[in-house]
Design a protein. Sequence first.
Length: 369
Amino acid sequence: MRIPAFDLTRQLGELGDAIRAAMASVMETGQFILGPAVAAFETEVAAWLGVEHAIGVANGSDALYLALKALGVGPGDEVIVPAFTFFATAGSVVRCGARPVFTDIDLDTFNMEPEEALSRVTPRTRAILPVHLFGWPCDLDRLREGFSGPVVEDAAQAFGAEWAGRRVGGWGTVGCFSFFPTKNLGALGDGGLVTTRDADLAARVRRLRVHGATQKYVHAEVGINSRLDALQAAVLSVKLPRVAAWNQRRAAIAARYAAGFSAFGLGEVVAWPRVPAEVGHVFHQYTVRVADRDRLRQHLAQHGVETAVYYPLPLHLQPALAEYGEGPGSLPRAEAACQTVLSLPMFPELTDAEVDRVVELVAAFYGKA
């Protein structure tokens, strides 16, 4: 039995007709850049997330960059970011000419540890950029209590996740999402979103995404070309009403993994997510920690189970970011995560039988079958 880490074809098989119809409607209008399809999706997704403003952009990386740029982040500024996340989080800071300040993580949540992050605030700190990694919301209450400046939510992996009953993307000063095809809400190509409750900030992001133009051929500032195209917006509008059910299925799969690991008595060798009831985790990934990660991964692969490692190298040790870090050993929990994390198959169409097979293979590896 081959069990993929992620299989988009199962979802597309179910939604193919609806997606083709939505794309055909866009083709009939002849408007492929911004236009009514994008405007409609922006309105729908803003209501779904509970925010006043949603601005579609080309991808999640641009969403981060445009959010920081709209906040005025630039040379001489510092932005606090977790060391364990995708490169774009820190890359967006560098693109603005600012300095990423790396902070360590909580190994239980894989998110920025709030107290340590707040300890790194200096007079140069222009923003804090928490990541809701793997779909687990960061502790936004504590960050906002301890820091009066802008909080930029990197919610690229957390569409629909909730903190204290409110969906992420509406907690911070601004939220940033990715619609990469494998995300909980994914397009059929690249796409991104910036969310905010601040009308002036929203207006600036809208301006910056079209080269800083206030009207055609009149540019108030230098921006970039970063627009969500109409075909992707149409696809996202088809998928949006289904996201809540998909996220519920992801949570059910996560619960089945946890129950299986517990039943086999794997608590001493596998650290799986223990999510408090009040946290709305959406399980973009189901990531565990194991001491012998590479051997377990090879064992699973030999039995047809695909897995992934997010991420094998922390940001402060990335060659392109080395000048901003303090070298090996400086952020031990992030470094430990890179050596021990393993993401198991996770997508809504994964079957219970497939989940049980993965659990059985992990148990067999540890001699618990």
